[in-house]
Every structure is written in C-alpha cells, then in structure tokens.
Design a protein around this ligand. Structure first.
Ligand SMILES: C=CC1=C(C)c2cc3[nH]c(cc4nc(cc5[nH]c(cc1n2)c(C)c5CCC(=O)O)C(CCC(=O)O)=C4C)c(C)c3C=C
Ligand SMILES: [Fe+2]
Length: 419
C-alpha cells in the first residue's frame, strides 16, 4: 500500500521528505538517496523533525518537486496554489555574464526547491546570505520554471549574446490583437521565471531572491502574482465562478503531453523536451459579470456553472459537443482550432481601478504548447475576434517565452544553448 502510494508520487514527480525517510529506512542504512536534489543527508534532521510533527499545513506542503529532470518542473506539475511570474530585462552585454547569471539562478533554484534552510552571513557585518522569510517553512512543492523571450536572442536586430542562430523555431512576439489594451510594463521580457508553491511566502521568497541576485545584471520588468482555489483533486474555479482547466490533459497523460506540450522536431537541441509559454494578463470585469444572468454566464462558456458540464451533458468531464452550445461561446471557439494547448492559469487581484472604482482583478493566463504558431496563436486570433467572453474581459499583458528542456544535475538552465 505504502509502496504503491510512493510509486504514484514518484510518477507525479513529487516525493515528500517523510516518504524519502520511509523508503530509505526500508531499504536499509547507507541507501543512496538518489538524484532528486533532496539536499541529501543534510536535510535528514528536518526529515526527523517532520515525522514527529503533527502539521496543520495544507496537502502536499512538505513535498519536494524534483528540480532536475527531462522537462522543467512547473509545467505539467499539478498546479500549486500560489504563483509569481517575473520577467527580467538583462542589463549585461556579454555571453559570459549571461552564463554567470544563469549558473547563479540555477544553483539558487535547485537549493530552494529542497526547502534548504537559509545560510548565515559569513560574519555579522555582512547581510545574511538568504533573506530568511522561508526559514522554518516547508518546501511547499516549490517549482521554478525558466524561459527566454525573443529579445534574449536578438534585440532591434542586434545579436546581443551571439546566440541568434540558436533561437527556437517558433519563438515570436504575440501579434497585436484587435481588442488588446496592452499596458506597459506587462509586455515581453528577456527572461521569465514562473514560481509556484503551496505556500505564498515560499513562492515570494523564491522570486525575491532571483530579483536580489540579479542586481546589476538584470532589471525586473514586470511581476504578477496569482492564486487558484485549493480543493485537492478538483478543478479550480476562476473569479467568474466557473471551473477552469477541465479540458486540460491529465498530468499523467504523457502521450498527450508529447503531442501538445513538448517541443521536439526541428528545434535546436536545448529546446528538445522544452516548450513555449504564452502569457496573457487578462482583466475580468467582475462587477459587470455579477450583474449578468446565469443563462448569459453559461452561454459565455457553453458550460454549466455549478457542475462544469458542457451544454447537452451532465458531468464536468463529459465530451464537448460544440453544436450543443452557442457558436460564440468560449469553449466552442477555443475547441474549433482543433489543436489543444495546456493551460496553467492563476487568478489575480490588484486593488481598485482608480478610473472606474471597479476591483482590479482577472486571470494570469499561462499556457504551454510545443508550437505556438499552430496551437496558441490561431486560437487567440479566433477568440479575439468572436469570443462572447470579450464582453467581460480585456487583455492587458502579453508575452511569449521559449522554455528550455529540463536541467540535468551539474548543468545550468539553458546550458546547451551556449555550447
Ligand atoms: C488563447 C487561449 C485562451 C485564452 C486567452 C483564454 C482565456 C480565458 N479562459 C477563461 C475561462 C475558461 N476557459 C475554458 C476553456 C478553454 N479556454 C481555452 C483557451 C483560452 N482561454 C481552451 C483551449 C479551453 C478548452 C476548450 C476545450 O477544448 O474544451 C473554460 C471551460 C472549462 C475548461 O475546459 O477549462 C473556462 C471556464 C477565462 C476566464 C479567460 C480569460 C479571462
Ligand atoms: Fe479559456
């Protein structure tokens, strides 16, 4: 029973410190703890502390998601509750400096993913090595996913770091859509880091330390935080109250992931096993939505609000028949292009809109796909033109990034790109 449970967790790519302890005790002393970046024996004290603690923390808070692997963590990793996405513009000018920064960030990410404790300053007259707010907090399934925007490869025609010829095949700026209201700074960026965790402070600590260690090398262009509803095993609901993410392939369906998420053919080697991230910051007019009838709301998505079932069906995961719903419904249109994407969206709230007095809120839309030219972009065009959802939303941010394949132990993120 325990063995099966652990096997499932390994398949999902998440093994808790507690599980690792159990497994190593069963296998006997001197067992190789493995290449999961567990912080190895150093974290055994924490392991023992964990087992003796009755924790009130949420499901999976003490789990470590392996940082190393064939694909970067944070793409098909079951979605954590909190996210911060930060886009940086590099202020350095040489390939050597970029490599140094990526090495620094990779080491930091590998260490933070294990929930490694903060290290003290070498002496009391220096600032502490770590900012400290994640000390005593569990790893909380922290993932950090790195990507490169079009300007990383060339900016205003200049091959900044001598890697223009290694640019991925389908990386491009998302073209302007007719109803876009893009607001600087939420457009583009040289490098993106998506941080997700079950604990908001663990997530913030991670993005904060990437920002801190980039001083003099990169500037934070934009940052967006987000959250999803946390009921385990259930599809989260967005701020319009609808289940959002139903049509995604299951995190275990590797055939579907190969078909729609992982870049492969014709891509440079560093991208094979990587993906493309599409980012849109989408404002949602909650006050207008809340005044619309239930019928209008359900017609907008072509799904029932309570169950999430598509029109004409009873259950959330019943197959969609687009002819049962309005032709301009979001589901019918998104499905009409026939090329699925993998969504990983988070809701956001940002205080009050000074002009309207409405709540500033919406969706940090993130999707991963192997080829944005045939998957994301045709879908966005169709939706921008005819989606009934446009009555209640406005796209205010936009960016696309190439996500390098997973990182092997001893490598830094994107290493193959520089060799
Ligand atoms: C370009 C792609 C998409 C954007 C932008 C987008 C914005 C957006 N979506 C919702 C809420 C829902 N989306 C749903 C389904 C759905 N959406 C997209 C793509 C984009 N959405 C796809 C590909 C699909 C799946 C279509 C299918 O094959 O069935 C749903 C229904 C439930 C689900 O499957 O997740 C909801 C709800 C919002 C609120 C939003 C912008 C604010
Ligand atoms: Fe959608």
């Amino acid at each position: 029973m325990t063995e099966n449970k652990n096997k499932n967790k390994e398949e999902q790519g998440t093994v808790s410190r507690r599980d690792m302890l159990k497994m190593s005790l069963v296998a006997g002393a001197g067992v190789a703890i493995g290449a999961s970046g567990l912080g190895a024996v150093a974290s055994m004290t924490n392991v023992f502390a964990d087992t003796s603690k009755t924790t009130s923390s949420a499901e999976g808070e003490d789990e470590i998601v392996p940082f190393y692997g064939a694909h970067q963590a944070g793409i098909i990793t079951p979605q954590q509750t909190y996210a911060y996405v930060g886009a940086f513009d590099l202020t350095i000018s040489t390939k050597k400096e970029v490599i140094e920064l990526l090495k620094k960030w990779t080491a930091l990410a590998a260490s933070m993913s294990t929930g490694k404790a903060a290290t003290r300053a070498p002496n009391d007259l220096l600032p502490p090595v770590d900012t400290g707010e994640a000390e005593d907090l569990p790893p909380a399934r922290l993932t950090m996913t790195f990507g490169f925007g079009p300007t990383f490869f060339s900016k205003k025609g200049v091959d900044r770091f001598g890697i223009k010829n290694k640019a991925p095949k389908h990386l491009q700026d998302i073209p302007a859509m007719p109803k876009d209201h893009l607001q600087e700074p939420f457009v583009g960026g040289d490098v993106v880091i998506q941080v997700c965790a079950e604990d908001q402070q663990v997530a913030f600590h991670a993005i904060r330390n990437f920002i801190r260690t980039s001083v003099g090398k990169a500037e934070l262009k934009w940052m967006q935080s987000g959250f999803i509803s946390g009921a385990p095993g259930k599809t989260p609901r967005n701020l319009f109250g609808f289940k959002d993410g139903t049509a995604n392939a299951s995190p275990k369906d590797s055939k579907a992931h190969d078909a729609s998420i992982w870049a492969l053919d014709g891509e440079p080697s560093w991208m094979q096993g990587g993906s493309y991230m599409a980012f849109r910051k989408i404002k949602m007019f909650l006050e207008i939505w809340d005044r619309s009838s239930l019928k209008d709301q359900e017609d907008t998505f072509g799904r029932k609000k309570d169950s999430g079932a598509p029109y004409g069906k009873l259950k959330e995961h019943d197959p969609v028949n687009s002819f049962d719903m309005p032709a301009t419904s979001h589901t019918a249109l998104a499905k009409s292009t026939g090329k699925p994407i993998y969504r990983r969206a988070y809701s956001y709230t940002d205080g009050v809109d000074e002009k309207t007095g409405y709540v500033n809120a919406g969706l940090m839309f993130i999707s991963y796909q192997k080829n944005p030219s045939t998957q994301f972009l045709p879908m966005l065009k169709v939706l921008a033109k005819s989606d009934k959802l446009n009555e209640y939303t406005q796209h205010i941010g936009s960016a696309m990034f190439a996500i390098p394949r997973g990182i092997k132990k001893g490598e830094y993120v994107g290493q193959a790109l520089f060799q």
